[in-house]
Design a protein around this ligand. Structure first.
Ligand code: NAP
Ligand code: ZN
Length: 350
């Protein structure tokens, strides 16, 4: 038993999006039905639609930055009510019982995290994401969007926001700490806003100076272009934390050289090829080279509450359903200011 909703699907790897009708399951006791208002376009959507991370499931309805309103609740739902503003991020299910789920790391469920799209539930249901007008999810995977953040600028927080909030918190961004952010795109601009709100001194390391004014407006005190290489010398030994959001290879040894002793380069960008580093770049200063993957539901809620408290939303360009294919090319060309958000009401009816 199911209901149907309109969605945007990529029929095959890299193909243009088409408006389609998809099914959503009928509510189980713990499910909520969400009328989606907006869905952010994350670079991870592009990696998956273009099969840059290996074989993917098609037709694919991407979208894991979902913001909308609850329209129906299952009989056992306690967290949400009809009319609540909620968001769904990268996950829609996990076992809920393993050590990782118990510790609020559903993203590392030891049985299996079910991703919001390009994945299947254990019972075979194909997960379809947020480029659609309605979704049904278990209530624990719907986070509350606090009053004070509009749904359009809230949507990108569900992936980009938590993906940078989580490592910034874990590695101690705050007063007295110097944070650098590599790449001023979707994740990068959120990292600047959030690290600045945490009280850190933030520097943007971008390919060029073309977005310097925006970077400063987001809260950075310094903004450097890395293309000519001078920044690597001038800022040697400067940072406690460097968040790397770039989706292609970067010269990690040179960025490790920008760390203070004991500092950390945290990779959140996901290039597809293996990376190389000199171990001496780590040993000279006991440095950390690490990665971070989104965040569990508890830290997702904490991030949303933090953003509401600090008046932070994403800086977005709202697009309609017919502009998504073109928006992908603009993201890949670093021509995004700073997140595309799809108004899903523009998906044409049948
Ligand atoms: P995005 O909006 O495209 O931002 C990436 C930024 O990287 C660009 O704006 C650009 O900034 C810089 N960049 C692009 N090409 C570059 C190049 N050739 N050399 C150097 N810098 C370059 O993408 P996003 O949505 O923020 O996602 C970034 C990456 O994070 C993707 O790989 C995505 O899959 C990954 N991701 C990971 C997680 C996680 O949990 N770890 C979650 C979400 C996304 P400048 O123009 O300022 O240089
Ligand atoms: Zn994402």
């Amino acid at each position: 038993m199911s209901t149907t909703t309109r969605a945007l699907a990529a029929p095959s790897a890299g193909a243009p999006f088409e408006a389609v009708t998809i099914e959503r399951r009928d509510l189980r006791p713990n499910d909520v039905r969400i009328k989606i208002a907006y869905a952010g376009v994350c670079h991870s959507d592009i990696h998956q639609v273009r099969e840059e991370w290996g074989r993917a499931l098609f037709p694919m309805v991407p979208g894991h930055e979902i913001a909308g309103t609850v329209t129906e609740i299952g009989s056992d739902v306690t967290r949400h009510q009809v009319g609540d503003r909620v968001g769904v991020g990268c996950m829609v299910d996990s076992c809920g019982e393993c050590e990782m789920c118990e510790a609020d790391h559903e993203n590392f469920c030891q049985n299996r995290t079910v991703w919001t799209y390009n994945d299947t539930y254990p019972d075979g249901e194909v997960a379809m994401g947020g480029y659609s007008q309605e979704v049904v999810v278990a209530e624990r995977f719907a986070a509350r969007i606090p009053e004070g953040i509009e749904l359009d600028v809230a949507a990108p927080l569900l992936c980009a926001g938590v993906t940078v909030f989580n490592p910034l918190k874990r590695w101690g961004a705050g007063p007295g700490k110097k944070v650098a952010v590599i790449g001023l795109g979707g994740l990068g601009h959120m990292a600047v806003k959030i690290a600045a709100a945490m009280g850190a001194e933030v520097t943007v390391l971008s390919q060029s100076m073309s977005k310097a004014e925006d970077g400063k407006a987001f809260g950075a005190v310094d903004y450097r272009a890395t293309a000519d290489g001078s920044a690597f010398k001038e800022l040697r030994g400067s940072f406690d934390i460097i968040i790397n959001t770039v989706s292609v290879d970067v010269p990690l040894d040179r960025y490790l050289g920008m760390l203070r002793p004991f500092g950390a380069v945290v990779n959140v960008g996901l290039p597809t090829s293996p990376q190389q580093v000199r171990i001496s770049s780590l040993t000279s200063g006991d440095k950390v080279l690490t990665g971070s993957n989104i965040g569990g539901m508890a830290i997702t809620q904490e991030m949303l509450d933090f953003c509401a408290e600090h008046g932070i939303g994403a800086t977005i360009e709202t697009i309609s359903a017919d502009q998504v294919t073109e928006a992908y090319d603009r993201v890949v060309g670093s021509d995004v200011r700073y997140r595309f958000v799809i108004d899903v009401s523009t998906i044409p009816a049948e």
